[in-house]
Design a binder for this molecule. Structure first.
Ligand code: UN1
Length: 499
């Protein structure tokens, strides 16, 4: 399907795609796809007020009924999966399978949230006083802003929106300026779910397409009690304190610098498969991408040789071609940053394999590059930085303690893993003295997490948790209730206050 047909099939009108001030280009060939209209800071107060009005109605809709809307969203996403996945490929440059995988992730979280809509459980608590009962109630909190990054242009919205909507919170979404089209297409799909649902309040899910000024309006507004922001640590450093200053709640999903420890007992062939997918998949542009390989000295050379060989066979090219595994980087600036990081790695004593710009047999105009392996003498400055590109730094270790110390000795704390067949090593890695990350895996790579678990990480990753497990609690306010069904008024802690 060509671009025009794809956009038409997703319901875009020519007026939406032309005449605006934001130019959208495909990373595949740098060609202009559209010029979309932007929301301005002046539009924001009315938009936020609409979300507040929607909140007052939506919070009173029973949660299982709210879940019905998310169930319908899941159905509409299933129906539009091929087209939305293709648009992710067009707008971000992901290979076809990963574009579809992203939409599948949206469908999965909808299913999860539908079940959750009947399971927003609170505790009952034993009261120390006779004739008293204590319990916790979970109530909707209010409008939730979702600020998302280019690399998962639609899934991140859905993790937040599916939970927020069943929890009773309207959503205002500010996608990356690089990916307004996938966001607009998602809103069209959501509109179909809304139409089938019937009586949802207007303004339940809104989209703002624009730059930092519209993001700043969301971050500053006291009428937006929750701000969920995904992106760089630099962005989180700007957003977090501003939200905290007004005592709002932020859910921050920031940089990762994810490592794999490969122990002597590891199944090396399996490790190679896991390494290649997690370091090279999505052209190294996942926040969970593998960036550091910490290999035992006894297997390091062998493993590196296997990787260099595997890397040389990876098809780089048009992400729409069925055989391609490595698509383009999001833009030329991203490729420049990768090349600069590789230069720095060399200056810091590294030996670099691959990492050359690719111009043959790829669409012209895109930022294509060979993924790189960089053997490093130590965890130098560049290794401790997140470069959003397919660079894998290789380090050696002698003892597991040393490997864990290296794994933890970076500012970020998102995802991590160990390849080992040794139970003691695996359990040590997962223990309190092991990985300090929000995600720690055994014998699988650090990326490609399922939605059922809580997703997020520690330290400069920001501490937020989205998606599965009990991440829903971040979208609700907890109320502790004490009910006295006796005819007396005993005070807690045995306090006497008779008069
Ligand atoms: C991201 O890169 O922002 O675990 C999210 C993964 C995906 C999500 C990545 N499920 O790789």
């Amino acid at each position: 399907m060509d671009t025009a047909a794809l956009l038409t099939s997703l319901g875009f009108t020519p007026a939406e795609l032309t005449g605006g001030s934001l130019t959208v280009r495909s990373p595949i060939d740098g060609a202009e796809i559209a010029r979309v209209h932007q929301t301005t800071a002046a539009d924001m107060p009315a938009l936020i007020a609409r979300a507040q009005t929607a909140f007052r109605a939506w919070r009173e809709v029973p949660a299982p009924r709210r879940g019905e809307l998310v169930r319908l969203l899941g159905e509409e996403l299933r129906a539009a999966k091929a087209e939305l996945g293709a648009l992710v490929t067009l707008e971000v440059g992901k290979i076809t399978s990963e574009g579809l995988g992203e939409v599948q992730e949206m469908i999965d979280i909808c299913d999860f949230a539908v079940g959750l809509s009947r399971q927003l459980y609170g505790l009952t608590i034993a009261s120390e006083r006779p004739g008293h009962r204590m319990m916790e109630s979970w109530h909707p909190t209010g409008p939730c802003a979702v600020i998302s990054a280019f690399n998962f242009p639609v899934a991140v919205w859905s993790w937040n929106a599916a939970l927020a909507l069943v929890c009773g919170d309207p959503v205002i979404w500010k996608p990356s300026e690089k990916t307004p089209l996938t966001a607009m297409a998602t809103m069209k799909i959501f509109a179909r779910a809304l139409a089938r649902f019937g009586d949802a309040p207007e303004g339940l899910a809104q989209l703002v397409v624009g730059g930092p000024d519209v993001g700043a309006a969301l971050v500053a507004s006291r009428d937006i009690p929750i701000v969920s922001a995904t992106g760089s640590t630099r962005m989180g450093r700007a957003v977090g304190p501003k939200v905290a200053e007004r005592f709002g709640r932020s859910i921050l999903e920031l940089g990762g610098n994810n490592a794999m420890i490969v122990a002597p007992s590891a199944d090396l062939d399996m490790a190679v498969r896991a390494i290649v997918f997690s370091a090279v998949g999505t052209a190294g542009q996942r926040c969970t991408s593998l960036r550091r390989l910490i290999a035992h000295n006894s297997i390091r050379a062998d493993l590196t040789a296997k990787l260099v060989k595997a890397y040389a066979s990876l098809p780089v090219g048009d992400p729409r071609a069925a055989t391609t595994l490595v698509g383009p980087l999001v833009d030329h600036a991203a490729r420049d940053r990768m090349l600069a990081a590789l230069e720095q790695a060399k200056a810091e004593g590294g030996t670099v394999h691959g990492g050359r710009t690719v111009t043959a047999n790829v669409p012209q105009g895109g930022a294509y590059i060979e993924p790189a392996v960089a053997e490093m003498p130590a965890q130098t400055a560049i290794v401790r930085e997140e470069t959003f590109a397919p660079i894998l730094y290789v380090l050696g270790y002698e003892t597991l303690d040393e490997a864990i110390a290296l794994q933890n000795d970076v500012p970020q704390g998102l995802s991590s893993c160990i390849f080992t067949l040794n139970l003691r090593e695996a359990e040590t890695f997962l223990s309190a003295a092991g990985s300090d990350c929000g995600i720690a895996n055994v014998n699988i790579g650090p990326s490609g997490a399922e939605i059922g678990g809580a997703f997020g990480g520690e330290k400069e990753t920001g501490g937020g948790r989205e998606s599965g497990s009990d991440a829903w609690k971040s979208y609700m306010r907890r109320q502790t209730n004490t009910i006295n069904y006796s005819a007396k008024l005993p005070l807690a802690q045995g306090v006497k206050f008779d008069f």
